[in-house]
Design a protein around this ligand. Structure first.
Ligand SMILES: [Zn+2]
Length: 143
């Protein structure tokens, strides 16, 4: 006669297995450089469902540098003339200056990211930055 495993035990074993698989994939992956700068290790606390935070962490849409990478735009620069990536819109673009953030040193980025992902004020500022960036991309596409 076999004794069935407890549900909580199976859940813990599955979670550990999946975390190890995820961590191994994350460490060996050669893509996602910008994301790894912010999140060097996987962490279940940072599972994110906010699309704007995902834009921030991955440096993907709606930024001119990203659209240029996929040949949607001919130039990766913002309307202001600087390189149009996520860091530009967060810290130096004149069009998003009302929402700028002070970015931390590289060593503190994971802690910074963890704090920001749960801060409603930041999430609203990030949403505004993404809306402005999207409008800039629309304007650049019309040029
Ligand atoms: Zn700009």
């Amino acid at each position: 006669m076999s004794i069935p495993a407890l549900y909580s035990y199976l859940k813990r074993v599955c979670k550990e297995f999946l975390m190890n698989e995820w961590n191994s994939f994350w460490k060996n992956s050669t893509t996602g450089k910008h994301t790894k700068e912010n999140l060097p290790l996987e962490n279940l606390d940072l599972l994110i469902s906010n699309k704007n935070v995902i834009y921030l962490l991955t440096n993907h849409l709606p930024f001119p540098a990203y659209l240029c990478r996929f040949k949607i735009l001919n130039n990766p620069d913002c309307l202001c003339g600087e390189h149009g990536d996520v860091d530009h819109y967060l810290t130096s673009c004149m069009y998003t200056k009302d929402y700028h953030l002070l970015q931390p040193a590289v060593a503190a980025r994971t802690h910074w990211t963890r704090k920001l992902c749960k801060n409603y004020s930041f999430l609203n500022r990030l949403k505004s930055i993404c809306e402005i960036s999207r409008k800039i991309c629309d304007d650049l596409l019309r040029l």
